[in-house]
Design a protein around this ligand. Structure first.
Ligand SMILES: [Zn+2]
Length: 185
């Protein structure tokens, strides 16, 4: 996505300018703490956003050495899969796995598609429980809300591809709740 160059991005609440890095799509105002995301439908180019910080990340006053938090879009999803296999059959295991709603953690920072899928698979299999903490530095948010669904589908396909049967085709239906931005360690 290209940023409209003539449009100065500024905090919707206190008008502090946001310094946009390439591909960055969401910011936290350093003055008032309001968060906002790029939104071409708005005249200002931004709409308000909620950012949640996990207690596990280092608070901002700690000096040096601490890793910035990593932003993730987090959303509950109910998945239905229809699998066809060449040989072997793990359809029952697949049905059992997707029987309960799963929590998707979609990396929102810049990484390769492979990294995004493997991180997403890891968190989907072993979800972490978050505790609301205080704001802390975090990596630029570069994955927009509209890319969350296709990335969640890639993660589902990644999990299905790892089953030990010869899968021919997988049909996926995903009912995804609205994603929330979390900053995790
Ligand atoms: Zn502000």
């Amino acid at each position: 996505m290209t940023l409209p160059m003539l449009l100065p991005l500024q905090c919707p609440k206190c008008q502090t300018p946001f310094l946009a890095e390439p591909d960055e799509i969401a910011w936290l105002c350093s003055t008032c703490g309001q968060a906002a995301q790029l939104d071409e439908k708005q005249l200002s180019g931004l709409s308000p956003l909620e950012i949640h910080f996990d207690t596990g990340i280092q608070p901002s006053r700690s000096s040096g050495g601490s890793q910035p938090g990593r932003p993730f879009w987090v959303a509950q999803g109910k998945v239905t899969v229809q699998r066809e296999t060449y040989s072997g059959n793990e359809n029952r295991q697949a049905q059992e796995f997707w029987q309960i709603p799963r929590t998707f953690f979609i990396p929102a920072y810049t990484c390769t598609l492979d990294q995004l899928i493997s991180e997403g698979m890891r968190y989907l299999r072993q979800p972490v429980s978050m505790m609301q903490g205080s704001p802390a530095p975090f990596l630029p948010v570069t994955l927009s809300l509209e890319d969350v669904r296709p990335m969640a589908e890639f993660i589902i396909m990644g999990i299905e591809a790892e089953r030990r049967d010869m899968v021919k085709s997988v049909g996926v239906q995903l009912n995804l709740a609205p994603p929330i931005l979390w900053i995790l360690p």
